[in-house]
Design a protein around this ligand. Structure first.
Ligand code: ZN
Length: 307
């Protein structure tokens, strides 16, 4: 698509005067390139905080991704959603989701094939009102907004996050979505299961070197896939020997995370009549083989204390 003639550009010198920002690539334009005039006649997007985003014609974005990100923020800020009429590598055309609304946006890629600009904004949201639940609010968008809060405290209750979203962004978010956001944030901050499993040998070594007398064993298949682990901290065994009755109970719990598996535990009852965990192990399934693995290691564990 060809750009319109230069006459259609509006030079906004007052905007340049009023908006003094840190140096950006706009400051390096020297008029030597055909794109320089285009950038100078438009207005380059500067990050505005949520709540004060304003879209206007010939607002220029560095990339299509930046345009789509800002556009999504704007829709959520203004509490409306869009139906996309056309989208490809050159154009983006969308209208307000409400049937009778006349609001439209036309954006296009510029001649450098990287930057995007809003070419036209038409109509008003005269009778739309605010959407109670905006479908443009995705778990990825929310995670990006709440990541700093969740980094400070990943155990924050979801109902508190729900109130925070209403107060800060004026949006209602379902609790189900917030649970998803928390698990996404956990993955972004601490890595997912896929990154955690290869770190297990290092974890086992760390347990043994920082808690002398601890028992940590990780077992792998011939093709170097995780098979089982058996872990007991030294204080658990010492606590059992020093303050629990001489009975060990065993239990099993099926794990419902991404990789499934089964957790086997050995527990005792402490002086307060409460459950005292001695050992836990993770195996692929509950079977004679896996229980044999567990008991064999339990025996080895106590053999350390017999002498
Ligand atoms: Zn509308």
């Amino acid at each position: 698509m060809e750009l319109d003639s230069e006459d259609e550009y509006i030079v906004r010198e007052e905007d340049v005067r009023d908006n003094i920002h840190e140096k950006t690539f706009e400051d390096y334009l020297d008029g030597s390139h055909v794109l320089d005039k285009m950038y100078k006649n438009g207005k380059i997007w500067y990050q505005l905080p949520f709540g004060s985003i304003v879209l206007e014609e010939w607002l220029i974005f560095k990339t299509k991704t930046q345009f789509l990100d800002v556009f999504r923020d704007y829709c959520i800020q203004e509490s409306f959603s869009v139906s996309v009429d056309h989208v490809d590598s050159k154009r983006y055309i969308a209208r307000c989701l409400m049937r009778d609304c006349t609001w439209r946006i036309y954006a296009l890629v510029l001649r450098d094939k990287v930057s995007w600009a809003i070419k036209k904004l038409e109509g008003e949201h005269a009778t739309c009102g605010r959407l109670e639940e905006n479908p443009m609010i995705s778990s990825a968008w929310l995670c990006k907004q709440l990541l700093q809060d969740l980094e400070a405290n990943l155990n924050v209750p979801v109902d508190l996050l729900q109130r925070l979203c209403m107060k800060r962004y004026m949006i209602h978010v379902k609790l189900r979505l917030l649970y998803k956001v928390k698990s996404l944030a956990r993955e972004q901050l601490h890595g997912g299961f896929a990154e955690s499993y290869p770190a297990l040998p290092k974890y086992a070594e760390m347990i043994k070197s920082t808690n002398l007398g601890s028992y940590a064993l990780v077992t792998w298949t011939d093709s170097l896939q995780f098979k089982a682990c058996f872990i007991s901290f030294t204080v658990q065994v010492r606590g059992f020997l020093g303050g629990c009755g001489p009975i060990i109970g065993i239990d099993v719990a099926h794990l419902n995370g991404y990789y499934k598996g089964v957790m086997l535990t050995a527990v005792a009852i402490d002086g307060n009549n409460e459950i005292f965990v001695l050992v836990y192990g993770i195996v692929d399934t509950e079977s004679i083989d896996s229980w044999t693995y567990f008991f064999r290691n339990l025996r080895c564990l106590f053999a350390q204390y017999e002498s």
